[in-house]
Design a protein around this ligand. Sequence first.
Ligand SMILES: [Zn+2]
Length: 485
Amino acid sequence: MVRDAAYVGLLLVLQVSALSAQSTANAVYDRVILGGHVIDPASQLDAVRNIGLTGGRIAVVTTHAIRGRDTVDAHGLVVAPGFIDLHAHGQTAETYRFYSLDGVTTALELGTSDVAAWYRERSGGEQINYGVSIGHIKVRMAVMHDSGTWMPVSDGAYRAASPAQIGEIAKRIETGLSEGAVSIGAGFPYTPAATRDELFAVFRVAAMTKTPIHVHIRPGVAGLKEALSLAGETGAALHVVHINSAGLADTPVMLEMITDARAHGRDVTTEAYPYDAGMTEIQSATIQDTYRDSSNERLAELEWPPTGERLNRASFERYSRIGGPVVVHTNTEEMVAVAINSPLTIVASDAYWQSGTGHPRTTGTFARVLGRYVREGLGSPSPEGRGGQGVRLSLMDAIRKMTLLPAQRLEARVPAMHQKGRLRVGADADITIFDPATVIDRSTYREPSLSPVGIQHVIVNGVSVVANGHAVEGVTPGKEVRAPR
Ligand SMILES: [Zn+2]
C-alpha cells in the first residue's frame, strides 16, 4: 500500500516535470539571458543557467534551452541580481547614468525634506529605480531657516532647537514617512547643535514607525556608542553609514561592537565604500569645525579636486569662501580593506556629485569591489593579496553585499524590496551581467566621471539600460521604490 502510494507519487512527479519542461520549451519569453554563470546569494545558486524574462519579472531560471523575442548572450559572464545602492547622494539623470554603468539598478538618496515632491519630480520615469529617505539634516535646515543650499552652514548646523522646534522636526519626519520615505536619514557631524533630546525625538519616531534610521555618526568609537545608545533606549533599528570613513583606525573595533550588538539581538547594520579618501562640502560644519584652527600639516589632509593641490591656511580660507567639494585624506587602504572584507558590511557608494564633479566612488564603487577586492584579493592574507588582515572576499559574498543585504535592510518597511536583490521566479527583472576577468573601476579624484569596464549588461525591470558595456540612451524603465502609504 505504502509502496503503491510512493509509486503513484513518483509517476506524478515525473509527469509534472515533463509538463514543465515542455511548457518551458514551448514558451517564448520577452527576453532570455543565455548561458551565464548565475550567482544568487539568496538561494546560493552558483551555476550556469538560462533566465527568461516576461513583463519586467523573472519568469524562469533553468538548465533547459529557452527561447525569447530578444536574447542576451551571457556566456563567460556572471549574471547577478542588480546592485542596490542604499546611499547615493546625487539623483539626477546624469548620476543615474553613472550608477547604471557601475551595475546599479536601484539607488536611494539618504535625505530630503519633502518626500512627496521628491517622488513627483521623478514620476516620468528614470533610467534606474530610485527612492528617498526623510532626512533629519534637510528637515532641520528648513525648520531652523538655514541659509545653506545643500548642507547646513548657519542655524541648521550651529543653533540648538527649542522644544517647539524639536516637535516640529519630529512632526515633519513623520509626515515624510507617511508619504512613503524608505527610511530616516541623519548626519550628526553636519548638525552639531542638535541636542540629545532632539536626536532622541528623531530616534523615537524611527522606533514607533518601525523605520530604520541611517546615520552618519560622529567619528570613532564614541560616535558609534552614541548612536547605539540612542537606538537601544528607543528600540530603533540602526544602520551606520560608511563605517570605513566614520571609523578610520577604529574600524576593526567598531565592527566588533556592531557584531556584539547583533549577537544581543539588536537590529544594527552597516555599510562601506572602497576608497581611502572621503569628500564633502568645504563649507559644511564637519570640515569647518575640524580644520578651522588646525595646522598646515593637518590641512594637507585636504585636496582641492580641480587642481589636485593639498591645502594650507591661505588656500583653505580662500576655497572656504568659494565653496565646493573637498577630498579628505584621513584613512588607510588597510582599514578600508577591513571594512570591505567584513561579512557585516553592505557595499554602498555614498555617491557624491555636485555641479559636474565629485568623488570617484560615484562612478566606480561596485566595479572596484569586484575588481580590486574579489579578483585581485586586496586586503586578503593570501600570497597574491597585498597585505591587510581580512579574509579574501568571494564573488558570492561580494554580490550578497551588493544585492541581498541591502534589500533585506529595507524590506520590513518596504515590502517591494522582497522582489529585489534576488534571481528567482517572480522577482523584478533587475539584473547586472559582468565579466569577472576584466571588471574594474577607472575613475580617480582628478577624473571622477570615468565609467568602469567589464559591466556588460544592466537590465532594469526587464529593459536594458546598459548593453555591451555602453549606456542605452533614452530609456527610463526605473520605477519608484517607496514604502506603503
Ligand atoms: Zn552620505
